[in-house]
Design a protein around this ligand. Structure first.
Ligand code: C5P
Length: 236
């Protein structure tokens, strides 16, 4: 009898975005939050996680901010070059993982650099719930508000059944080989890929939704940063 090697877990943090909607003087992942940058808070949840074998972060080629952070010299953090689209940044990081010894069947967790408030319990929940799943999946939050579909004049066309609508969060967790093929083929076919799950869906699979905490928010606008600052203040 041959013993099958258990898949390892790896993490990717795409951090090569510009974050233009923040209208700040630097990409949003480098904005300050409670004495550190957003990116440092994001990394903290992953870097010493005992189940993760390695971590790759994708940075813009001309990024002048990363080298100024203390974690830039952390040997546990590997770098990849980001691309114009988030999907390209993730693809380059997947290639880097393969260079580091990650295998086809290993799990990869992809988490937005701009989501600094991921709780360790949510990360552990995702690992536990999906470790034996045939496809993988993502943290997500069920829609809370009543939802409307708009017509072209900005009027309500209809009310959407919210019981089947979820907001897609990260981390998103898939097998390295499958995710790589799905994303590469989707990119070549010019399909809009805004997260890893959309590439997996496009490839014909159904990712599992794992309900996570609603405060794992992505910083997109100044009000998101204000909300996070409030969460940190309350925590102290
Ligand atoms: O812009 P958005 O908020 O959707 O970006 C989500 C994440 O993807 C951020 O962490 C951002 O830095 C990253 N990203 C990237 N490369 C791009 C665009 C976005 O790594 N070209």
């Amino acid at each position: 009898m041959t013993l099958q090697k258990l898949p390892a877990f790896w993490a990717i943090i795409p951090a090569a975005g510009v974050g233009s909607r923040m209208r700040a003087d630097r990409p949003k992942q480098y904005l300050p939050l409670a004495g550190k940058t957003i990116l440092e808070h994001t990394l903290a949840c992953f870097v010493d996680h005992p189940r993760l074998k390695g971590l790759v972060i994708s940075l813009a080629e001309d990024d002048p901010f990363w080298a100024q952070l203390p974690c830039a010299s952390d040997p546990r953090i590997e770098l990849a070059v980001g691309g114009d689209e988030r999907a390209e940044s993730v693809l380059n990081a997947l290639l880097r993982l393969a260079e580091l010894g990650a295998e086809e069947h290993d799990w990869v967790l992809v988490h937005d650099a701009a989501r600094p408030n991921l709780a360790r319990e949510d990360l552990d929940l995702l690992l536990a719930e999906l470790a034996h799943d045939p496809v993988g999946g993502l943290l997500a939050v069920p829609a809370r508000d009543t939802l409307k579909r708009a017509n072209a004049d900005g009027r309500v066309k209809e009310t959407v059944d919210r019981s089947v609508i979820w907001q897609a969060y990260t981390p998103q967790m898939f097998r390295l080989g499958f995710l790589h093929r799905a994303m590469a083929e989707a990119l070549v076919s010019d399909v809009a890929i805004t997260d890893e799950a959309s590439a997996v869906e496009w490839a014909g699979q159904a990712p599992r939704l794992i309900e996570g905490r609603a405060d794992n928010i992505k910083v997109t606008r100044q009000e998101d940063l204000n909300n996070l600052a409030r969460i940190w203040r309350d925590r102290q």
